[in-house]
Write a protein that binds this ligand. Structure first.
Ligand code: HPA
Length: 270
């Protein structure tokens, strides 16, 4: 595994001269941030040795290198989900490669269902903690000591400093943001009303099918993380209606501008 990570990073470095400081994982409908990147190199996933290839509708797979908010970044356009059949290790693989490319921070976005009754469709939520409801963990198996410890600390999975800065950016731009706990579970089904109730009872404010594996892999390697979610539907009793992938993408597209602005301005502050 370590050899694969290193050889993939070496391949990328042979193609790209830019040294990224920040890694970004772009989630559902959040292509807007890409338009803000001053792009220097693009590598399709299928050209990258050992990289899984994205299969899900609405996610194209490319690694984008460029400059955003004065920082050199590498952005994953298209991420790997556990529900596609990848192992947790495969889902986490690109984050590990990005570490070897030199990233010092990881920014992640996603779409989720709100289970906090105070939330509305279209809200942005800064993720301040998570609950791993996947049946697995990317760190299961022999520990790779060169990446991090056997038992990594998760007391600050999401950087308090980055959260505080993002809140300042949001306030300065009159953007309303919620803050809360993201529960990650496998999907691909959306939740039943009973499952939404269960997720809320665990202490979560929103639920989605990504992010948790990547954050775990990043924290294993001590990378400070920042993540934001677009609340695309509600799993709140009395407000539950049928939800489709299209609905999720449409709501995400509406909130895209606000999310993009926060991410870009935050980039300038670090
Ligand atoms: N549940 C799980 N994942 C999601 C949801 C949801 O309601 N909305 C967007 N992603």
């Amino acid at each position: 595994m370590l050899e694969q990570i290193k050889s993939t990073a070496a391949y990328i470095q042979s193609k790209v001269s830019l040294q990224p400081e920040i890694g970004i994982i772009l989630g559902t409908g959040l292509g807007g941030l890409v338009k803000e990147i001053n792009i220097k190199h693009v590598i399709p996933y299928e050209e990258i040795p050992n990289f899984p290839v994205s299969t899900v509708e609405g996610h194209s797979g490319k690694l984008i290198f460029g400059e955003l908010g004065g920082k050199n970044v590498v952005a994953m356009q298209g991420r790997f989900h556990y529900y596609e059949g990848y192992t947790m290790q495969q889902v986490a693989f690109p984050v590990r490669v990005m570490k070897f490319l030199g990233i010092q921070k990881l920014f992640v976005s996603n779409a989720s269902g709100g289970v906090n009754p105070d939330f509305s469709i279209g809200d942005l939520m800064i993720i301040n903690d998570h609950i791993n409801l996947f049946p697995s963990n990317p760190l299961i198996g022999q520990n790779i000591a060169e990446l991090g410890p056997r038992f990594p600390d998760m007391s600050e999975a999401y950087s308090k400093e980055l959260i505080a800065k993002a809140k300042k950016v949001a306030a300065a731009n009159n953007i309303k943001v919620q803050e809360g706990v993201y529960a990650g579970l496998t999907g691909p089904t959306f939740e039943t009303p009973a499952e939404y109730k269960y997720v809320h009872a665990t202490g979560a404010d929103a639920v989605g099918m990504s992010t948790v594996p990547e954050i775990i892999a990043a924290r294993h390697m001590s990378i400070p993380c920042f993540a934001m979610s677009i609340i695309t539907d509600l799993g709140v009793p009395g407000k539950i209606v049928e939800v489709t992938h299209k609905d999720v993408q449409e709501v995400a597209a509406l909130a895209e501008k606000k999310m993009t602005l926060i991410m870009k301005e935050l980039m300038k502050l670090i």
